[in-house]
Design a protein around this ligand. Structure first.
Ligand code: SF4
Ligand code: SF4
Length: 113
């Protein structure tokens, strides 16, 4: 499956992860069909923003329920930083889509650069 690019990135709602709740089990990483999740340097799950295609299988396998579809995520989790990054540099169209996504869903936390 090829990763979404350009205007396609608009289609996806994605997920929010609260790394303070994550217990580092790795279940979400194992189940993601697009390798849109990884364990970060602190052994916490991290989203790779541009690779998520909304299949939501990570949400149901998390034993501590710290993954939500973005529209249902708690505000305090959306305000945390570092729980997501990009797989590559976004072009100008994609950057605009990313900014719209943040605005639409009230994401105030920053990605890992
Ligand atoms: S919603 Fe699906 S594609 Fe997105 S991170 Fe979770 S398992 Fe991966
Ligand atoms: S399934 Fe939940 S607890 Fe396990 S690594 Fe993923 S986010 Fe963390």
């Amino acid at each position: 499956m090829s990763a979404p690019t350009g205007e396609e990135l608009k289609k996806y709602e994605r997920i929010v992860i609260d790394q303070d709740i994550c217990i580092s089990c790795g279940a979400c990483v194992a189940v993601c069909p697009t390798q849109a999740l990884e364990m970060d340097e602190n052994a916490k799950a991290r989203l790779i923003w541009d690779l998520c295609i909304d299949d939501r299988s990570c949400i149901s396998v998390c034993p501590v329920n710290c993954i939500w579809q973005t529209s249902q995520a708690p505000d305090d989790s959306k305000a945390k930083s570092g729980w997501y990054r990009f797989s590559r540099e976004l072009d100008d169209t994609e950057k605009k889509i990313f900014e719209e996504w943040k605005q639409n869903y009230g994401i105030t936390g920053d990605p890992v650069q």
